[in-house]
Design a protein around this ligand. Sequence first.
Ligand code: C5P
Length: 232
Amino acid sequence: MGKDVIIAADFKDKKETINFLNLFNEEKLFIKIGMELFYSEGPDIVREIKKRGHKVFLDLKLHDIPNTVEKAMASLSRLDVDMCNVHAAGTIEMMKAAIKGLTKEDGTRPILIAVTQLTSTSEERMQKELLIEKTIDEVVKKYALNAKEAGLDGVVCSPLEAGKVKEICGKEFLTVTPGIRFATDDVGDQVRVTTPAKAKELGSDYIVVGRPITKSENPVEAYRKCVKEFCD
Ligand code: C5P
């Protein structure tokens, strides 16, 4: 699986999304659709993007009982998404059920990755509210190993953690990494950020880039700059 730039299409509706996609005439993109867009537009937004020849990472972070996740994943698989995800906190059994649901009759399936701990969860809250007494670092490592044991393809993590994840889960285990900014960018609400070139150096397989492309004055140029820095 090659390196790729995934654009976080954090738009509020189909119109904004299509206006954005219309800027690109040459490239076939990899588009991340999150809950906001999917819940407002439904599965049609995936079909629309796929129809244009782009790939889709459907970022819905499933977390439910194994049977429900299996059935939900079967629906996403029929939608022909290219990548989707679950919370590793749902347990190995749930992640195995997700793979079962995703796998098509011919044995193929979308890439499945796990969220370990959300970056919005601080160690303090995790310990005090969730009663998980380990360090965040230990939890992330254990959840990544659980995802690997369940047969998942990788995890979402910071580029700064990519090396560590690969060290414990093997270099084939994918790291999909948000928190990307160009050296000249405003950091916004992201705290630990990395440039596309640095993410490449750190071993990320996919970078997830939102505002540095979508809010750029020239999104096509910004996308191409990401690809050049990360993939070439
Ligand atoms: O605009 P920006 O480049 O910050 O967007 C990053 C995308 O990656 C957003 O869709 C955000 O929700 C997602 N993400 C993240 N950090 C995580 C997991 C997902 O920024 N740990």
